[in-house]
Design a binder for this molecule. Structure first.
Ligand SMILES: *Cc1c(COP(=O)(O)O)cnc(C)c1O
Length: 361
């Protein structure tokens, strides 16, 4: 049988890949979305269309300045991207030669590091987290020939924070050979643990940030890569000329205003309280055990009948995220902390499932 035109022309490294499938694409029709660690708050913004006939700035001043002030860096130490996901891809495209270089990841962790590496034909070296989800520092430092080391803190999906001494050891070990990328997508939920203040001490440190989680703007697609001015200059060679649409720039600037930041902090405080309540309630249910930590805006738990429970929740329009295929996370499900009503509904559905099936402790 002759191969189709696309099969003959497509990059060979793409052949095994499949288009990204979010839980939402798989189960359309859900009403409660506790699957993607989004905020339950949809805040109001205004948009001024008077400049929509013009291309936007590559790096809109108001957003660069707003985020630099918020994060405590200079405007030269930051690049605005279409979500942190674009920052991940830019780093790989800027620092890794396809077919030759590799990144290092520590599973179980966020999936986009591997996906971006695969689409760019860049190798992936995996050093699994220890049983307590801490970094396996000796094994990481024994891994040669990597250009980028991705470390997520708080980590998605375990909710754990990286130990400072561990990350210091990794930064020092790779000081001359690789960039260490600390993904702080959830840092507002673990505010005292940021690595941004270390940027001046480690030339190979890169920090990823986003407006998608605590700021409640996943729909905006706006993220930030923070690093030395040299690293940022290299990334600016690769980024598209007009990556940030004008309406997104306007909205991001409002989110980063003083009132926007106060609002975000109030919403984080609400979610932190809800998170503790959700964890306590889940742990009191028979058969449910807490896994990892709660430094982010989700709770990870193990339940023997995880796939049956997942199917039951889906059939009632409640989406959480099945993590059971991730390394060392058999039977684990991850629930984003939602509004009080959503969390109560999740618990109610779990109780219904347990009552129907007679799970005992
Ligand atoms: C959600 C998430 C991101 C993606 O952020 P975007 O800005 O929406 O692209 C990056 N890293 C981690 C760990 C995440 O959980």
């Amino acid at each position: 049988m002759s191969r189709t035109l696309v099969d003959r022309l497509v990059n060979p490294n793409l052949i095994p890949l499949k288009p990204y499938e979010s839980a939402r694409r798989l189960y359309s029709g859900g009403q409660d979305w506790l699957n993607a660690n989004e905020s339950p708050f949809a805040n109001d913004y205004t948009v001024n269309s008077s400049r929509f006939n013009r291309y936007p700035a590559c790096q809109p001043d108001s957003v660069v300045k707003g985020y630099a002030d918020y994060a405590g860096v200079t405007t030269e130490q930051l690049i605005v991207t279409r979500g942190a996901d674009e920052g991940i891809e830019l780093l790989i495209r800027t620092f890794c030669t396809p077919g030759k270089d590799s990144i290092l990841i520590c599973p179980p962790t966020y999936g986009m590091y591997a996906i971006s590496a695969e689409t760019c034909d860049v190798g992936i070296k995996k050093v699994p987290l220890n049983a307590d989800f801490s970094l396996d520092v000796p094994a990481i430092c024994a891994t040669n020939e990597v250009k980028l080391v991705f470390i997520c803190s708080p980590n998605n999906p375990t909710g754990t924070r990286v130990e400072r001494a561990d990350l210091e050891a990794v930064l020092t070990h790779f000081g001359d050979s690789a960039l260490v990328v600390v993904d702080e997508a959830y840092i507002e939920f673990d505010a005292d643990s940021s690595w941004v203040s270390e940027l001046d001490n480690y030339a190979n440190l890169v920090v990823l940030r986003t407006l998608s989680k605590a700021f409640g703007l996943a729909g905006l697609r706006c993220g930030f890569t923070l690093a030395s001015a040299d690293i940022i200059q290299a990334l600016l060679k690769v980024i598209a000329p007009y990556p940030i649409p004008e309406p997104c720039a306007q909205i991001a600037a409002q989110a980063l205003s003083d009132t926007g930041i106060v609002q975000m902090q109030e919403q984080v405080a609400y979610l932190q309280a809800e998170k503790q309540r959700l964890l306590d309630a889940l742990q009191s249910r028979p058969g449910i055990s807490w896994v990892g930590d709660i430094q982010a805006n989700f709770v990870l738990f193990r339940f023997e009948q995880s796939s049956e429970l997942m199917a039951f929740l889906v059939s009632h329009g409640m989406l959480i995220r099945d993590q059971s295929k991730q390394l060392n996370l058999n039977h684990c499900l991850r629930a984003t902390v939602g509004s009080q009503e959503q969390n109560a509904r999740l618990l109610d559905l779990i109780d219904q499932y347990i009552a129907q099936t007679g799970v005992s402790a």
